[in-house]
Design a protein around this ligand. Structure first.
Ligand code: HEM
Ligand code: 2DC
Length: 519
């Protein structure tokens, strides 16, 4: 018979003390390392409590399979408290990222049709290729300008602009022109705001939302400012498209963009479309750009793999006579390269689900509700409610707060402290020798070898709640790497070791210098 829940290994009894130690040990930027260490200490499953949040952590693909197979039709992940708190504070609607229950499902099903479905996705290819071509032209111009037959730089900002240009082209059917010499300061502000938003999220990650809003700290104010900038810039783009559509200034001949199609379908209220389109615009910057940076870095360090990959791409190009859609069907090693990059450098440190039924992981019973016996639960509920009492008594920021009832109506969100959060340690799994032999080696071929790959490639999550931008991200990255490999050799100057830093998403811990050398 399976073992009971309260025998799970881990130091989960002292949530606030753990959080304090975590802060002290500089754990904020090291969540991924701390998790990997805990799996070494406790084995493939452990229970943990950080601040207000309790979780069960797993590392094996088999356990991930068990978890996702039990997730049901309305899966819920950990909803990042500062993100919820911001929308609550400004009375902004939630998009799919933060919606739950049926409200999430109906939005998500409509969005899937315009963002994920294979027929539509093929239409993104020319738009994304065009942005890639501009990047190549720009790189060639930079080579000219340098007078040294190569372009060496930290590509972070170039790739941010490339990524924003890409996602906006498919969302709005329009170009922003971010790969020109003059960059629209508003667009640059948007990019900086997304980075700041991620950066200010992690220190507030384990505090309950209602507490957060009443902490008038610089961190919270910066966070609010960042989201304000994100929403106002996205709103401008959305208004432009909306106006052009009304004035019939949009050509119906070419692909008009995701936003236009969603509006014309007329199945989702404009408010909901706006909320989710804003999330996609923000979600499309740091994710793909950082992954591309890692991919180029790994290819620069493995010239053999890079040559093999270039051979594949050039052969595919010859065979498909330059037709990108056709090419995409044959470049298996390139697809494997992206998987391999995300194995070593995932964007998300974990995947999470709240369980709604009992699951058995590593022979432990995981009940759908956390037992109320944990000592700090009282403290927690008290802190949680403090926010509301403060407001009822005419608290510090009265007019902007919607009532808790309104908030609850927007989405049914059961008190997360009463649910069991199970986390799949994606970063730890990617580097676990039990799952990936010689995990430190960058070897895209491992994804093409025979043998089961059951629940090993989880970088975009799984099931109906997986990444909404997955197809956009994959196509954007495949086309970019194709075009780079056709034109440049990727090199890296020094043998610097680059580590990983948790900044809500995982990013390089120091600048990566890369060299592009025309073939
Ligand atoms: C959710 C990864 C790019 C928009 C997620 C999740 C992961 C993820 C792991 C959670 C999935 C789950 O819980 O099962 C990535 C990676 C990317 C990427 C690795 C690129 C390398 C993008 C892009 C967009 C985007 C380009 C926008 C176009 C979203 C949204 C959600 C999400 C809206 C929430 C979906 C929902 O809750 O229904 N992503 N993402 N992501 N991602 Fe991405
Ligand atoms: C962060 O403990 C660490 O794709 C937490 O494009 C658990 C957690 C929950 C949700 C994850 C988040 C982590 C990392 C960033 C993710 C997010 C879900 C979606 C989001 C993975 C692992 C991301 C980057 C979206 C962001 C869209 C947003 C800018 C509007």
């Amino acid at each position: 018979t399976p073992r009971p829940f309260n025998q799970l290994p881990g130091d989960w009894r002292t949530g606030w003390l753990n959080l304090f130690r975590f802060w002290q040990e500089g754990g904020l930027n090291n969540v991924h390392h701390i998790m990997a260490r805990k799996f070494q200490q406790f084995g493939p499953i452990y229970r943990e409590k950080l601040g207000a949040y309790e979780s069960v952590n797993i590392i094996s693909p088999q356990d991930a399979a068990t978890l996702f197979q039990a997730e049901g039709s309305l899966p819920e992940r950990f909803s990042v408290p500062p993100w919820v708190a911001y929308r609550d504070f400004r009375n902004k609607p939630y998009g799919v990222l933060l919606k739950t229950g049926e409200a999430w499902r109906s939005d998500r099903l409509m969005l899937n049709k315009e963002v994920l479905s294979p027929q539509v996705v093929e239409g993104f290819v020319p738009l994304l290729s065009q942005v890639g071509e501009d990047f190549i032209r720009r790189a060639q111009a930079q080579v000219e300008k340098s007078g040294r037959e190569h372009w060496t730089a930290d590509f972070t900002h170039e790739l941010f602009r490339f990524a924003l240009e890409s996602v906006c082209h498919v969302l709005y059917g329009e170009r922003l022109g971010l790969l020109q010499d003059f960059v629209d300061p508003d667009a640059q502000r948007f990019i900086d705001a997304v980075t700041l938003m991620f950066h200010t999220t992690s220190p507030m990650l384990y505090l309950p939302p209602n507490l957060l809003r009443h902490l008038n700290t610089k961190m919270w104010r910066d966070h609010v400012q960042a989201w304000d900038a994100i929403f106002s810039q996205a709103d401008k783009c959305i208004q432009n498209v909306y106006r052009d559509l009304r004035l019939q200034r949009k050509s119906t001949k070419e692909y008009m963009g995701i936003l236009c199609n969603l509006i014309m379908r007329d199945k989702l209220p404009l408010e909901d479309i706006r909320a989710s389109v804003t999330e996609m615009m923000a979600g499309g910057v740091d994710t793909t750009s950082m992954t591309l940076q890692w991919a180029m870095f790994e290819l620069a360090r493995s010239p053999g793999v890079q040559e093999q990959l270039r051979a594949e791409v050039l052969a595919a190009k010859r065979e498909a006579e330059g037709d990108r859609v056709k090419m995409l069907k044959t470049i298996r090693l390139l697809k494997a390269t992206i998987k391999e990059t995300l194995r070593l450098h995932p964007v998300a440190v974990t995947l999470q689900r709240y369980t709604t039924q009992e699951v058995i992981l590593q022979d432990y019973r995981i009940p759908p509700k956390v037992s109320k016996a944990t000592g700090s639960l009282l403290t927690l509920t008290w802190l949680w409610d403090l926010g509301d009492m403060g407001r009822a008594a005419g608290g510090c920021m009265p007019s902007l707060h919607p009532s808790k009832a309104a908030w609850r109506a927007q989405t049914h969100r059961p008190d997360p402290s009463l649910q069991t959060l199970v986390q799949v340690g994606l970063y730890a799994m990617g580097r676990d020798p039990e799952v990936f032999p010689k995990p430190e080696q960058f070897r895209p071929q491992r994804w093409l070898a025979a043998g089961p790959k059951h629940f090993q490639g989880l970088s975009f999550g799984f099931g109906p709640r997986q990444c909404l931008g997955r197809r956009i991200a994959e196509l954007e990255m495949q086309l970019f790497l194709m075009q780079i490999l056709e034109n440049f050799k990727i090199e890296t100057m020094r043998a610097v070791e680059i580590g990983t830093k948790f900044d809500l998403i995982l990013i390089p811990d120091k600048p990566i210098y890369l060299t592009l050398r025309p073939l």
